[in-house]
Design a protein. Structure first.
Length: 293
């Protein structure tokens, strides 16, 4: 006999607060961004003028937009790759129960409780060219480490902070996947003469494809959002715009330059980029995921 839950309205009322928050802070801003991308909005509110695709033509003719766009792509590729690779290495090391692996299991989860802006402030101090951990490089040669003047140094500092902040979630996901691998497989491979690296390539990685796929999809989509707090607290887009990713350019154009229409247009483009990358991952990468063990 099939049980039927008769209080259907109760479930809707219980879900209503969450649905309301999703609509107000997620769907409504997307709808307004799409609407404003086709209109000319007054900086302080008021009447809007429909301009069609003029905003898109202006954005696509702006060299600064292309610079921020390619910086965003670069950050997504490098940052997301390292944010998956580094926790994977740490999870394998902890799973193999090397020295200090037990306390490391707890320490590696702690950064999850730290906000992105706080991470940025901490790493800005850690990599300070005068008192930071790399300040000794300037004693060897002047300006060998100058994130405030060298764009490559600032971008590297941004990547390191982003990877550090992404370690806890991916570490837990990978460690859980590794511990779910049957011990008999590892023992059989060891008896056949397979070394640690061989076991990682032939056993661990293939069986971790669901976790790897999940982490990669989430990292690529999250890298766009999490980068804003780091940029705002570390580099403010500098030096010389070398770390001005598209998400920070949208903030500057919309909230400082009061170009609401241009910022909305760039938001739509950035959203389309993230959705396209996520769709490509599901179309091409998911085919290689092995869910059965």
């Amino acid at each position: 006999m099939q049980a039927v839950y008769k209080k259907r309205w109760l479930t809707l009322w219980l879900a209503a607060p969450q649905l309301l928050l999703l609509f107000l802070f997620f769907y409504l801003p997307i709808i307004k961004s799409i609407e404003w991308s086709f209109t000319l909005q007054a900086p302080f509110g008021g009447q809007s003028i429909f301009v069609g695709l003029d905003n898109y033509r202006e954005v696509f003719s702006d060299p600064e937009f292309y610079r921020s766009f390619w910086l965003t792509i670069k950050f997504m590729v490098i940052g997301s790759s390292l944010s998956v690779l580094v926790p994977l290495i740490l999870a394998i090391a902890v799973d193999r129960k090397i020295k200090l692996s037990r306390p490391a299991r707890n320490f590696l989860v702690w950064p999850k409780a730290v906000a992105g802006a706080s991470i940025g402030v901490a790493f800005a101090f850690i990599f300070n060219p005068f008192v930071g951990v790399l300040s000794f490089l300037n004693d060897i040669h002047p300006d060998l480490w100058q994130p405030g003047m060298n764009g490559n140094h600032a971008f590297t500092m941004l990547i390191i902070a982003h990877v550090w902040g992404g370690i806890p979630f991916n570490f837990v996901i990978f460690l859980g996947g590794l511990q779910a691998i049957p011990v008999s497989l590892t023992h059989s491979a060891a008896m056949d003469g397979a070394g640690p690296w061989r076991r990682i390539v032939d056993i661990y990685i293939p069986l971790l494809t669901p976790q790897l796929f999940l982490s990669l999809v989430l990292e690529i989509t999250d890298s766009v959002v999490s980068a804003f707090a780091l940029i705002a607290s570390m580099t403010q887009g500098g030096p010389g715009g070398s770390t001005k990713l598209l998400v920070y350019k949208i903030y500057e154009d919309g909230f400082r330059g009061l170009d609401l229409s241009g910022a909305s247009t760039q938001t739509v483009i950035l959203t389309a980029l993230v959705l396209s990358l996520a769709l490509m991952q599901f179309l091409f990468l998911e085919k290689k995921v092995k869910y059965e063990r």
